[in-house]
Design a binder for this molecule. Structure first.
Ligand SMILES: C[S@@+](CC[C@H](N)C(=O)[O-])C[C@H]1O[C@@H](n2cnc3c(N)ncnc32)[C@H](O)[C@@H]1O
Length: 254
C-alpha cells in the first residue's frame, strides 16, 4: 500500500466530485459542529481535502486537521482560505497536536478506515486526550448493513448505475468489510477495493467508555433525525466529563 493509505493522488484528484460536497450535506454538518464547538477550537480526524474543516473555519471556529494522506492535504492547502485550517500529517489513532479542543470530530465513516478494533479504541483515547473537560467527540458512521446480506452470502450491491457499481463484501467472522467500486470516468473503467472494519453503535459506546467519555446524543443524521432501528447511519456525540472522576456516570446524570 502507498504511504497515503488508500487516499493517493488519483483518489485525491477526484475526491471533491463526491455527492457529499453538496450544500444540503455540508451545511447541516457544519451547523451541528459549529454549535458544539461554541467559542472553542475543533480538531478533525481525517480532515481530507477540507470538505467540513474549511466551512467550519469560515464560521469562525479555529480548526486543526490530522490526515495520513499528503495527497489529500495537498488538495486542502491549495484551496482559498486554507490558511484558516492548521494541518498535521499523521495517523489519527495516535498523532498528538498541541493544545486542547472543545470539539473533536470524525465524519463520513472514517472510523471504519481503522481496520483493527485496537486502533479504533486507540482513536477514541486519542480523541479524549485532545478534549478539554466538557468537550465533545462526534462520530458519523453508517450502521452495518448486515440485514441486507442473506445468510451464507457475503456481498451487498449498495450502488448500481450506468457509471458506478459499488459492492460491499462482508466477513462476519472478522467484522471486516471491503468496499469494491467499479467506476466509468471519462470513458475509462477504474476499479478500487478498500478495506474497512465495520463497527456497531454499542461497540463505539464501549470504546468511548474505555476512553472515559459518556454518550450524550445519538441521531439518525445531521438534521437531528431520530435514531431508530431503520437508521442507516448515526451521528453520535460523547462528552468528556468536567471532572474525570465522574467519567462512568450514567448518561441520565448529564
Ligand atoms: C472518507 S475521507 C474523509 C475526509 C473528510 N473528513 C471528509 O469528510 O470529506 C477519509 C480521510 O481519512 C484519512 N485517513 C484514513 N485513515 C487514516 C488514519 N489512520 N490516520 C489519518 N488519516 C486517515 C484519509 O486519508 C482521508 O483523507
Amino acid at each position: 500500500m502507498h504511504d497515503d493509505g488508500y487516499f493517493d493522488e488519483s483518489v485525491a484528484a477526484r475526491y471533491d466530485d463526491d455527492e457529499n460536497f453538496a450544500p444540503e450535506v455540508v451545511d447541516p454538518t457544519v451547523d451541528f459542529l459549529a454549535k458544539l464547538a461554541g467559542s472553542g477550537r475543533a480538531l478533525e480526524l481525517g480532515v481530507g481535502t477540507g470538505r467540513i474543516a474549511l466551512p467550519l473555519a469560515g464560521r469562525g471556529v479555529p480548526v486543526h486537521g490530522i490526515d495520513i494522506s499528503k495527497a489529500m492535504l495537498a488538495k486542502l492547502v491549495e484551496k482559498p482560505s486554507a490558511s484558516d485550517v492548521a494541518v498535521t500529517v499523521g495517523d489519527f489513532a495516535s498523532t498528538k497536536v498541541e493544545g486542547t479542543f472543545s470539539l473533536v470530530y470524525l465524519v463520513y465513516n472514517t472510523i471504519m478506515n481503522l481496520t483493527e478494533q485496537e486502533t479504533q479504541v486507540a482513536c477514541f483515547r486519542n480523541a479524549a486526550h485532545h478534549l478539554e473537560p466538557g468537550g465533545r467527540f462526534v462520530v458519523e458512521v453508517l450502521v452495518p448493513r448486515l440485514q441486507k446480506v442473506p445468510s451464507g452470502e457475503e456481498y451487498h450491491a449498495f450502488h448500481v448505475s450506468e457509471t458506478h457499481w459499488g459492492i460491499d463484501e462482508y466477513d462476519i467472522a472478522t467484522q471486516s468489510l471491503t468496499s469494491h467500486h467499479l467506476m466509468m470516468i471519462d470513458g475509462e473503467t477504474h476499479r478500487s477495493s478498500t478495506p474497512f472494519r465495520y463497527v456497531w453503535p454499542a461497540e463505539l459506546d464501549l470504546m468511548a467508555q474505555l476512553a472515559g467519555l459518556q454518550l450524550k446524543e445519538r441521531w439518525g443524521g445531521w438534521n437531528r433525525e431520530p435514531f431508530t432501528g431503520d437508521s442507516e447511519a448515526h451521528v453520535s456525540v460523547w462528552r468528556k466529563p468536567e471532572d474525570e472522576r465522574t467519567g462512568f456516570r450514567s448518561i441520565a446524570d448529564n
